[in-house]
Ligand binder design. Structure first.
Ligand code: CAO
Length: 408
C-alpha cells in the first residue's frame, strides 16, 4: 500500500529531540527523510547510553524510518555538496541554535535561491524579540510557555511535566506547518519558511491557563481547589480546573502509582453515590447539583477516595466505567511498556537494531487508513552515504577521499 507522503523528500538537519520528533512523524507518513549529521553524529547518539558503543535509545527512539548521511557543513567541499543536494529535496528541517545555519552560509535567502520550491522548517526556542538569540531546551520552554507556573501544588515550587511538550510538542506543531506549506505549494508552486518557537508551542498547549488568567479578573476560580487567589492563575494540583471537576484519588495497595483520576460529570454523581455506599447524597440538596458541590470538591473527592482506597485501580476502573464515569488509572512506565492494548495498537513497538538488538519504541499516534505505518529502525551514522552521495550525486569514487578529509 502507498504512503501519504510518498515522493516527499526531507533533508533532516535536526538534532536532539524537538526536530527529530517532527521528521520521524514525516517519515512514518511516508516521506523519504535523510538525516544529515556532522561527521561526529547527532549528539544524542552518545547521550544517556544504556549499552556501550551503540546508538542510545534517546537516538533510536526519535530517528526511526530515516536514512543517515554525514556532511561537514563547515568545510568548503561540504558546502558545495550541500548546494547540490538541496534542490533534490522538498523540505529542509533544522533546529540548530539561533544563527547556526546562517553561519554555515545558508540563510533563508540563499536556500530559496538554491531551491525556490523548498519548505524550510526551523524550530527555535523563541520568536522575534528579546529572546531570539537564546538557546532553549525542553524545560526552558515549559518555564516560559505558561506550563511550569501552573503545574504542581499551591504550596510547592513550579514543576516540569514528564510529557515533552516543549520538544515533541513543538515537533508536532512543526509537522502541521510543513504539511500546510506542502499543500499550499501545490497551488502556488512556491516554497516557504515555517518557523515554530518552543515557547509558542507550549503556550498553545497551555491556552486554557490564559483563559483562566482572564476569568480571574472577574473573581476567584470556583473550579479550582485553592482557597485564596492573587493576580495570577495558581498551581492547582490535580484539579482539572475545567468544566467538569476531576482529581486523582488513591487506590489499594497504596503504591506510588496506585491512583485513579476520576471526573464527576453531572450525570455521574448519582451512580458514584451508589458505588461509594452513600446513595443518600444523590438527592441531598447539599450535594445533588454541580453548583452545590463546587465549594466542597475536596470533600467530594475525599468521599470517593474513602471508597477507592479499598480497591485496586483496575477494579475501580472497571466499576466506574460500568457506570459510564470517565476515569483513568495512573499508569506507570512499566505498565505502559507491558500494556497489551498499546502493543495491539502499535503504540508500543519492538524494532530490531543491528548493533543493540531488539528495542522497544513508541509508535505513531496518527493512524491513516490508507497509509499504514511500519516502524523501522533508526539508521547507523552515515549508513546511507553510499546511496545518496554515490548513487544520487555520482560521487562514488570520491567517497573514500571525502571521508579521509573529514568532509563526510
Ligand atoms: N557540519 C558542521 N557543523 C555542524 C553541522 C554539520 N553538519 N551540524 C551542526 N553543526 C554545528 C553548527 O554549525 C553549530 O556551530 P556554530 O555554533 O559554531 O555555528 C553547532 O554545530 C551546533 O550548534 P547548536 O547551537 O545547535 O548546538 P548546541 O549543542 O550548542 O545547542 C540546542 C543545542 C538544542 C540548545 C540548540 O541547538 C538550540 O537552541 N536549538 C533550538 C531549540 C531546540 O530545538 N531545542 C530543543 C532541544 S531538545 O531538548
Amino acid at each position: 500500500m502507498g504512503k501519504a507522503l510518498e515522493g516527499v523528500r526531507v533533508l533532516d538537519m535536526t538534532h536532539v529531540q524537538s526536530g527529530p520528533s517532527c521528521t520521524q512523524i514525516l517519515a512514518w507518513l511516508g516521506a523519504d527523510v535523510v538525516k544529515l549529521e556532522a561527521p561526529g553524529g547527532d549528539i544524542t547518539r552518545k547521550q544517556l547510553r544504556d549499552l556501550p558503543d551503540v546508538d542510545s535509545l534517546y537516538f533510536t527512539m526519535l530517528n526511526c524510518n530515516k536514512r543517515s548521511i554525514t556532511l561537514n557543513m563547515k568545510s568548503e567541499e561540504g558546502k558545495r555538496i550541500f548546494t547540490e543536494l538541496l534542490p533534490r529535496f522538498d523540505v529542509l528541517a533544522e533546529n540548530f541554535g539561533p544563527g547556526a545555519l546562517d553561519r554555515m552560509g545558508f540563510g533563508w535567502d540563499r536556500l530559496r535561491e538554491l531551491n525556490p520550491r523548498l519548505i524550510f522548517a526551523s524550530i527555535k526556542g523563541f520568536g522575534e524579540g528579546p529572546y531570539t538569540h537564546f538557546k532553549a531546551y525542553e524545560v526552558v520552554a515549559q518555564a516560559m510557555g505558561g506550563s511550569m507556573s501552573t503545574t504542581g501544588f499551591e504550596d510547592g515550587p513550579p514543576l516540569a511535566t514528564g510529557a515533552q511538550i516543549g520538544d515533541s510538542g513543538t515537533g508536532i506543531h512543526t509537522v502541521a506547518g510543513i504539511l500546510a506549506a506542502l499543500y499550499q505549494r501545490e497551488r502556488t508552486g512556491r516554497g516557504q519558511r515555517v518557523t515554530v518557537a518552543m515557547q509558542h508551542a507550549v503556550l498553545n498547549l497551555a491556552r486554557v491557563k490564559l483563559r483562566d488568567q482572564q476569568r480571574l479578573t472577574h473573581g476567584p476560580l470556583k473550579e479550582y481547589p485553592n482557597k485564596e487567589f492573587g493576580d495570577t492563575v495558581p498551581r492547582s494540583g490535580n484539579a482539572s480546573g475545567g468544566g467538569q471537576p476531576g482529581w486523582a484519588v488513591r487506590c489499594a495497595p497504596g503504591g506510588p502509582n496506585d491512583y485513579i483520576y476520576v471526573i464527576v460529570q453531572p450525570v455521574g454523581w448519582e451512580p458514584i453515590t451508589k458505588l461509594i455506599g452513600r446513595p443518600d447524597l444523590a438527592d441531598d440538596p447539599e450535594w445533588a447539583t454541580p453548583e452545590a458541590r463546587l465549594n466542597k470538591l475536596d470533600k467530594m473527592f475525599q468521599l470517593i477516595e474513602d471508597w477507592s482506597i479499598g480497591h485496586s485501580k483496575w477494579e475501580v476502573l472497571a466499576k466506574l466505567n460500568a457506570s459510564n464515569i470517565p476515569c483513568g488509572p495512573i499508569l506507570s512506565t512499566k505498565e505502559i511498556i507491558e500494556d497489551e492494548s498499546l502493543a495491539t495498537n502499535e503504540m508500543v513497538v519492538k524494532v530490531d537494531h543491528p548493533e543493540r538488538g531488539e528495542f522497544t519504541t513508541v509508535g505513531c499516534p496518527i493512524k491513516l487508513s490508507d497509509s499504514p505505518v511500519d516502524v523501522e529502525r533508526s539508521p547507523l551514522l552515515g549508513e546511507h552515504n553510499e546511496d545518496i552521495y554515490g548513487s544520487e550525486l555520482g560521487l562514488g569514487e570520491q567517497l573514500t577521499g571525502l571521508k579521509a578529509k573529514g568532509v563526510i
